[in-house]
Design a binder for this molecule. Structure first.
Ligand code: IVH
Length: 666
């Protein structure tokens, strides 16, 4: 067998095993065997670059070469569906269709997946394009990102697929991935995704498909379009698509009476609570393509289909008490303590009340019967009060005016909903929270120090701030309960090892509000050391890529606080790294210092992301839109007409790809 033949064989095998694993959930070989085949293919492909194929299973890992998104017109517009919220409205739809057709008809009933819709084009069995819904007429070409979704076949199996067709479906982020992603974002001080739908569409729009690949998206397909489809019925086409390797929900079924549709609705309302991803209803479609065509479309949606939306899951329970939690940054969150109640498969005892405004809005009283909902969010929330159930009126819930932990009067920043405890220097949960953040994996990575040990050492007065960690002696640990000799040794070793953690992570570890891992890195590369950062002005801070006013202000606040300055001084003396490693400074220059640069158009020599990195590496700032403050536009081919016009009006120079590269070359 020639290497070329082996490559082809390996690709076929891996496509098949991918499908068995991800779509059928029935792997036929072990993960290790799979990895071995994959490695063999990677090596062979590296040796034979002429065999490159963007649909090879090796390409699932993603590439960072995405060059911004091309807008693509949909061949068939992507319409939405009419919504109904009751069985009566479903009956109205059914009767409308029956009258219009005046003959027997079947319906296909499906789950309504709550993700981000996608349209895939296949030519000769190969995925050639994936486009988002966009405005229904045109969407973003997100092919590179979609290639990383393992449940979407890059090449079809079986036979009988049309030469060219489109198939549409929903890209989903499973609940567990969503929850993990939000946890990470919370740790980094980034805004959280409100629900898996936003997370899925946000992920599809990422520029770097290697990041997309890591987010483990899933996809269900539910609509095939084309000139030469295999069958005359929608359901039958979906079943054929299943044979070709697409993931089609097993719940999809045909119904021939309204009664059967009702039964499907009831069944799915139970089934969906056990599914690993979000659904928000069901979709009922007339099955015959001929009948679909007869019924036609309104301006916005087909007359042959309708969505029935599930009632958001809600439970009624008693509010027993409101307690308050103080976070690491001092934000005070009210928490409702409830009579335990079953909701979406879990027992709920506590729900977030978010802030004082919500308490006021519902005029909450202790003992009230409140509605709890589990939306897309991880923590259930209170969404209303049943005033009719208020027989005895308990005490009105009044938001506290002093910190429940340290008694300091709370403050509220104008325009922000949250109350703060300003006593960052002495409030226990803030102190402990900062230490927990400091030792976290992405920060100083002192793994052996868990929250219980921190609590214990804090309680005994051994540590009050992160600098105290470095004063701990092995002999101090002997007295701690559940701390054996081995754990003590690990702890001391872990603390010592953290002295080698690079500056950007030390900066993140300080726990400055809004300074997550990525922002810390940007700051470290922009200012090189803590002294430069501490003395930077608001303007100097916001001149750095990705550093907005909110982050800049937070940095100024942090470094104007005497206690924080002292802490940094102590950590410096202890020997933590407050300077970027010399080798990381290598090949960084000031050539573009102070320059605000807009990138526009399509480039030949480097990707957009590479140009972005070059701008930053040379001290410049990449901005999105043209304004008076723009220094120049790095202009590729086919630059957007709006940008071009604005640039001409404001007299902003256009610099070509070649001139830009020459500018950076000595
Ligand atoms: S069919 C012309 N089927 O719901 C009909 N849509 O409100 C095209 N959706 O944009 C859509 N599950 O993103 C269809 N089983 C399903 C669906 C589904 C979710 C989404 C889709 C669409 C939106 C319409």
């Amino acid at each position: 067998m020639t290497p070329q033949e082996r490559i082809t064989e390996l690709r076929e095998m891996l496509h098949k095993h991918n499908h068995n694993y991800y779509v059928l959930n029935a792997p036929q070989i072990s993960d290790k065997e799979f990895d071995n085949l994959m490695r063999e293919l990677q090596e062979l492909e590296a040796e034979h670059p002429d065999m490159y194929d963007s649909n090879s299973p090796t390409q699932r890992v993603g590439s960072d070469l995405s060059k911004g998104f091309k807008q693509v017109a949909h061949k068939y517009p992507m319409l939405s569906l009419g919504n109904t919220y009751s069985k009566e409205e479903v009956a109205e739809f059914y009767n409308r269709v029956a009258r219009a057709l005046n003959e027997d008809f079947e319906m296909c009933c499906e789950l309504k997946f709550d993700g981000s819709s996608i349209s895939l084009t296949y030519v000769d069995g190969k995925l050639v394009q994936a486009v988002t819904r966009g405005d229904g007429e045109k969407g973003d070409d997100v092919t590179a990102n979609v290639r990383t979704i393992r449940t979407i076949p890059l090449e079809l199996t079986g036979k009988g697929y049309p030469h060219e067709f489109e198939i549409r479906g929903e890209v989903l982020m499973p609940w567990n991935v969503f929850e993990q992603l939000n946890k990470e974002r919370e740790r980094e001080g980034e805004t959280l995704f409100a629900n898996p739908r936003n997370a899925a569409s946000g992920t599809l729009k990422l520029m770097d498909s290697t990041v997309v690949a890591k987010r483990r998206l899933d996809a269900y397909l539910y609509y095939m379009l084309g000139e030469e489809l295999p069958a005359k019925g929608h359901y039958e086409n979906l079943m054929a698509a299943g044979e070709w390797g697409f993931k089609i929900s097993e719940t999809t079924c045909k119904c021939s009476t309204l009664q059967q549709v009702y039964e499907f609705i009831d069944r799915m309302d139970t089934v969906r609570k056990t599914l690993p991803f979000a659904t928000d209803g069901i979709v009922i479609k007339v099955n015959s393509l001929r009948q679909q065509k007869n019924l036609g479309y309104t301006a916005k949606s087909p007359r042959w289909a309708i969505a029935y939306k599930f009632q958001a899951e809600r439970a009624l329970t008693r509010l027993n008490d409101v307690t308050y939690q103080v976070g690491r940054t001092g934000v005070v969150t009210p928490v409702a303590n409830l009579d335990p109640v079953q909701l979406s498969g879990t027992m709920v005892r506590r729900a977030s009340l978010h802030n004082a405004d919500i308490i006021e809005k519902y005029d909450l009283h202790i003992g009230d019967m409140v509605y709890v909902e589990k939306g897309g969010e991880i923590i259930p929330k209170i969404t209303g009060v049943d005033l009719d159930a208020r027989i005895l009126i308990g005490n009105k819930v009044k938001f506290i005016s002093e910190c429940p932990e340290c008694g300091t009067p709370l403050t509220r920043v104008d325009g922000e909903a949250a109350h703060f405890c300003p006593n960052s220097a002495n409030c226990a949960p803030q102190l402990k929270g900062r230490i927990e953040h400091f030792v976290a994996r992405e920060a100083m990575n002192i793994e052996s120090l868990g929250p219980e040990t921190i609590e214990m050492m804090f309680g005994l007065g051994m540590i009050r701030d992160v600098a105290d960690l470095y004063t701990i002696e092995p002999s101090d640990l002997m007295f701690l309960p559940r701390m054996g000799a081995k754990s003590a040794e690990n702890l001391i070793t872990g603390i010592k090892a953290s002295l080698n953690v690079p500056f950007e992570r030390v900066l993140f570890a300080l726990g400055i509000r809004f300074v997550g891992v990525t922002v810390a890195k940007r700051l470290a590369y922009a200012f090189h050391n803590i002294d430069a950062l501490m003395s930077a002005s608001f303007e100097e801070l916001t001149a750095v890529e990705e550093i907005g006013e909110r982050i800049a202000q937070s940095l100024l606040d942090y470094f104007s606080n005497e206690a924080n300055k002292m802490l940094v001084e102590r950590l410096k003396v202890i020997g933590l790294k407050f300077e970027l490693d010399a080798e990381k400074l290598h090949d960084r220059t000031d050539k573009l210092k102070g320059k605000s640069i807009v990138i526009s158009g399509v480039f030949n020599k480097h990707s957009r992301d590479e140009y972005k990195a070059m701008i930053e590496k040379n001290g410049g700032k990449n901005v999105g839109s043209v304004s008076k403050a723009t220094s120049f536009i790095l202009a590729g081919e086919n630059m957007g007409p709006a940008k071009l016009e604005k640039a001409q009006k404001l007299n902003i120079p256009l610099i070509s790809e070649n001139d830009f590269l020459a500018m950076l070359d000595e």
